[in-house]
Write a protein that binds this ligand. Structure first.
Ligand code: UDP
Ligand code: MG
Length: 345
């Protein structure tokens, strides 16, 4: 591949685009055409150089073909990154961030629930010097379950990170280059990007954005993926549950001790007959304790599983191919660092 030639065709100037729009795509053939058309319209109105980085997260439908066609038509504006299989939204976004070269990076979902037309509004606080700009979904069009779990999570994250953000689930966000570089240096695997970004952010801002119904087909998250995501969020932001465990464990042990003391006294006060009749109660209580212990071990297991994954230090994704705007740059980087996959920086 002739890298310098490609760079020249990519826009005349040698410095990269000012804005990168990173979009994870998983089976979004129904939404992609409209998404691209609307993103291009927004970008063209900016009056600055921009690129759209589409990360195909192992889609099984025609998404890949649509992305290839789009890159062909707009080689200077659209790049495609193809992961070899489905790694999940946050890994896909990380792959996109690694290939984005803008001074400002905006992430966006492919499902058109967050209108791309809001992007210029996100950029205003960034130009005022904010590191991270989040967005709050007004009048959210999701199921009650999703809204409720988001609410709990948002409160918990606020408490743990100390950074005030109302809506962590909304992926329509803008980041400064500095924050993205910091995120790319993180080698951990179970990432939740908004939380990761906020842990490096100095100044943050939030704007309200409208939220549309998922226009075509249903959410790409099934219940298991959702549960996994919530655990990622929980364990990536805090080890507080571990401390909670010891407090809870200590309390329970004390309670159990006091209870056994009570049983002992009763046994002497009312005799063996009373104690025999109490056997079932004891069993019942025992079961409750065993249950709680198992639950506790489960949470510990979540952390250990993540430690295990990070210790193995496997790449979080492998890129099969990169085409379009950033392609030459990314390939160079990959060759430079002599890695098979990822995050060349
Ligand atoms: N997505 C992805 N990989 C996945 C699941 C989702 O790249 O395994 C993408 C998906 O294409 C979309 C975004 O992540 O662009 C958010 O997915 P979705 O809209 O289904 O999630 P929800 O809106 O229900 O949170
Ligand atoms: Mg969505």
């Amino acid at each position: 591949m002739n890298a310098p030639d490609r760079k020249k065709t990519a826009g005349g100037k040698d410095d990269g685009p000012w804005l990168s729009i990173v979009i994870p795509v998983y089976n979004e053939e129904a939404n992609l055409p409209e998404l691209l058309q609307r993103c291009l319209a927004v970008g063209d109105n900016l009056g600055r150089r921009y690129e759209i980085v589409l990360v195909d997260d192992g889609s099984r439908d025609a998404s890949e073909q649509i992305i290839r066609a789009a890159v062909k038509d707009h080689d200077d504006k659209i790049a495609g990154v193809f992961l070899n299989r489905n790694y999940g939204q946050h890994a896909a976004v990380m792959a996109g961030l690694a290939h984005a070269s803008g001074a400002v990076i905006v992430t966006l979902d492919a499902d058109l629930q967050n209108p791309p037309e809001e992007i210029p509004r996100l950029l205003v606080p960034i130009e005022d010097g904010c590191d991270v700009v989040g967005s709050v979904r007004m009048d959210r069009k999701d199921s009650l379950f999703r809204r409720l779990s988001s609410r709990i999570i948002n409160k918990a994250v606020q408490r743990a990170t100390g950074v005030m953000m109302t809506d962590y689930g909304c992926m329509l966000r803008a980041y400064s280059r500095q924050i993205v570089n910091a995120m790319l240096q993180c080698r951990e695997h179970s990432t939740f990007i908004p939380v990761l970004a906020n842990s490096f952010a100095n100044r943050t801002a939030e704007i309200e954005v409208s939220h549309a119904e998922r226009s075509n087909d249903e959410s790409k998250y099934d219940i298991w993926k959702l549960i996994n995501l919530q655990f990622d969020l929980l364990t990536s932001m805090t080890t507080f549950p571990l401390r909670l465990l010891s407090i809870l464990g200590g309390g329970l042990a004390l309670l159990g001790f006091m209870f056994s003391l009570l049983l002992f006294v009763m046994r002497f006060a009312y005799g063996a007959e009373w104690a025999a009749e109490g056997v079932f109660t004891v069993f019942a209580i025992l079961f409750i304790f065993i249950g709680l212990q198992l639950l506790a071990i489960g949470v510990v297991g979540e952390y250990i599983g993540r430690i295990y994954n990070d210790v193995r230090d496997r790449p979080s994704y492998f890129i099969r191919e990169v085409i379009g705007t950033g392609a030459s740059r990314a390939t160079d980087k990959m060759l430079d660092s002599k890695t098979t996959g990822v995050m060349a920086d």
